[in-house]
Design a protein around this ligand. Structure first.
Ligand SMILES: Nc1ncnc2c1ncn2[C@@H]1O[C@H](COP(=O)(O)OP(=O)(O)OP(=O)(O)O)[C@@H](O)[C@H]1O
Ligand SMILES: [Mg+2]
Length: 278
């Protein structure tokens, strides 16, 4: 287990040495336009720029339709911006790649593979030898508390467990950046809180650069180093805010003054959005 941690630490050092040292993700002046069936143009993202330094946990919040998922898809290389550029580790995104791990709201595990095989999938594709794969998979199974469930299949798991597998699978690949689109959105509030705590703990260990999308303001402040509040029509970044809460974080922080002040500010920005005509 020690060597897995060491391996990941080395990887982080190597990434810092080779890539752009300051910014793991750099989004510059990105616009995304769609043609609508009636011949009009719809602007999903307008001039979106953001820089996420290495090991930072960035959170995007904003009203439905403001382009949060679109921004993640573009970063994942699943779509192309109409203009502007996106770089991960100093390299321009030109398509999907294993350097970007993804966890989405809907469960995306392979149903025909066991928990272990799901987590192992990317490592096998990379051609990693079995003993090394096993060590990494065991490490992440333990991280997400699923060691006992390694041989289960996704349909035998709860929603929270499936998302834990998805997080373990993404991290096992040691991506440069983790893209998470409302990963806990489909969970009940109790499970959601447990998952937030688990993610905080796992993130403290892995210190991956993360871009996390959520509707939940408490979740944004609890998890993030920096919160980007987005606006809709057209989708854009309205405000970038540093989270003042120290780490390690815990659930009790939601009652603290700084937390409540930040929440109030974000709510204010989002309420302005609701007043806008559709
Ligand atoms: N293929 C497409 N063609 C036309 N418009 C699209 C297409 N895909 C997305 N859009 C529009 O782009 C906008 C941004 O969508 P996106 O899914 O990124 O929003 P979101 O912020 O993730 O919303 P939510 O919070 O509901 O998930 C929406 O208004 C959506 O209708
Ligand atoms: Mg979305």
């Amino acid at each position: 287990m020690g060597s897995v941690t060491a391996m990941h630490r080395d990887a982080a050092v190597n990434q810092a040495a080779t890539g752009n040292q300051q910014d793991r993700l750099r989004v510059e002046q990105v616009c995304l336009r769609y043609s609508t069936p009636d011949g009009q143009t719809f602007t999903a993202l307008e001039n979106v720029s953001l820089s996420v330094p290495d090991q930072q946990f960035a959170v995007l919040v904003g009203p439905s339709g403001c382009g949060k998922s679109s921004l993640l898809y573009l970063t994942a290389g699943l779509a192309e911006p109409t203009s502007g550029s996106i770089c991960v580790g100093g390299k321009r995104v030109e398509g999907p790649g294993a350097d970007r791990g993804m966890v989405f709201q809907s469960y995306t595990l392979f149903p025909w593979l066991s928990v272990r095989q799901n987590i192992e999938f990317g490592l096998k594709r990379k051609g990693m030898v079995s003993a090394e794969r096993e060590e990494i998979v065991d490490f992440y199974l333990n991280e997400v508390g699923l060691t006992q469930f390694a041989d289960r299949y996704p349909k035998q798991l709860s929603g929270g467990m499936m998302q834990r597998v998805a997080i373990a699978r993404a991290l096992a690949n040691d991506p440069q950046i983790l893209l998470m689109d409302e990963p806990f959105g489909a969970l009940d509030s109790q499970t959601r809180m447990q998952m937030q705590q688990l993610l905080l703990r796992v993130w403290e260990h892995s210190k991956k650069t993360v871009v996390f999308v959520t509707h939940d303001i408490d979740e944004a402040i609890l998890l993030g180093d920096r919160v980007y509040v987005m606006g809709a029509r057209p989708g854009r970044i309205k405000r970038e805010m540093e989270v003042p809460m120290p780490r390690p974080r815990d659930m009790d922080m939601v009652m603290e003054r700084q937390f409540i002040e930040m929440k109030r500010e974000i709510l204010g920005l989002l309420h302005n959005e609701l007043d806008k005509p559709h």
